[in-house]
Write a protein that binds this ligand. Structure first.
Ligand code: FMN
Length: 322
């Protein structure tokens, strides 16, 4: 739906128009490689690698596995561009050194990284959770926007996807990604119909075999439905969606979550302590039915997507009302 279409660098070997979204403590090299080989864009957040040296190692591993694979789709690194992230310069240098094809920025202005990523021909997509931030990111010269709408896992937006895409499409005709409770192939197709080019899949992949999520976390995701998701600022200082049972197990009262936590992304490993016990998922969690390899999930989404694409247009019945 983008006026210019997606750049060929992004659609190579893509079977489903989707990105396996970056997830803190969930997506690592194994999941990125499996996603890309299954035909969606794989990605991971740089802070999942404990140090910049580990990041170097991860990027090398992924690059070695995918760059010589004729069937692999592109892949991406997610950089936290919040001013409090002191690791950004080193992580950015690693991304530039390895010419990572796509960088997805989160939690701040992409301005700090756009020029360096463009210097080697890389693409920058900015993850935004409001129309205002979408406008600012567009002005910063990014190549694509990732709209994180209401119902998303992780740090969620508050705007309904239906409204979000419409407003952003009024000023942005470049590549557009929509995330937030897209957990089926029907929903991927719906995102395209709204005007997005790609769907951003987080929650639907937490329980995949290749994810780094703990087995109990995967089981909780499989068992949960939309009513088990609690939005709260209390864990990271930024509104995120959490699995109710994990909040209770960690000693929180889901009905009375703390409100005074201040955001601080200076030490992801510190943040990891919070995310290790309290588990995030979005409202699309009810579509997850088991622990399966990414390839099996993508195959199912693809057949649902095809079924949705083949669905006939509404047609009114003819004749007078009886
Ligand atoms: C467990 C979990 C961790 C996440 N961690 C990150 C992250 O580190 N960086 C980021 O940009 N987005 C993160 N997200 C958000 C996802 O990238 C994506 O926006 C979201 O999952 C899409 O919505 P969905 O979960 O409803 O599919 C996370 C989401 C989840 C569920």
């Amino acid at each position: 739906m983008s006026k210019y279409g997606l750049p060929p660098a992004l659609t190579r070997n893509l079977r489903l128009p989707a990105i396996a979204a970056p997830m803190f403590l969930v997506s690592g090299p194994e999941m990125v490689i499996a996603a890309s080989r299954a035909g969606v864009i794989g990605s991971f957040p740089a802070p999942n690698a404990r140090t910049s040296a580990d990041l170097e190692d991860w990027v090398r591993r992924i690059d070695a596995a995918l760059s010589n694979d004729p069937d692999a789709a592109p892949w991406a690194v997610n950089l936290v561009v919040h001013p409090s992230n002191s690791r950004l310069p080193e992580d950015l240098a690693c991304v530039v050194r390895h010419k990572v094809p796509l960088v997805i920025t989160a939690l701040g202005s992409p301005t700090r990284v756009v020029e360096e990523i463009h210097s080697y021909g890389g693409l920058v997509f900015a993850d935004v959770n409001s129309v205002g931030f979408a406008r600012k990111a567009a002005a910063a010269g990014v190549d694509g926007l990732v709209l994180v709408a209401a119902g998303a896992g992780g740090h969620t937006g508050a705007t309904a996807g239906f409204a979000f895409v419409e407003e952003v499409r009024q000023f942005w005709d470049g590549p557009l990604v929509l995330g937030g409770a897209i957990s089926t192939g029907h929903a991927v197709r719906a995102a395209e119909i709204l005007g997005a080019d790609l769907a951003y899949l987080g929650t639907s992949l937490i329980a995949c075999t290749e994810s780094m999520a703990a087995p109990d976390y995967k089981d909780m995701v499989v068992a949960a439905g939309a009513e088990d998701i609690v939005p709260s600022k209390g864990i990271t200082g930024v509104t995120a969606n959490w699995l109710k049972s994990s909040l209770i197990a960690a000693g929180y009262d889901p009905a009375n979550m703390p409100e005074d936590k201040r955001p601080n992304f200076s030490d992801a490993q510190d943040d990891a302590k919070a995310w290790k016990n309290v588990w995030s998922a979005g409202q699309g969690v009810g579509a997850v039915r088991g622990v399966e390899p990414v390839a099996a999930i993508v195959d199912r989404l693809l057949s649902e997507y095809d079924a949705a694409a083949a669905r006939p247009r509404f047609a009114p019945a003819e004749g007078a009302l009886a």
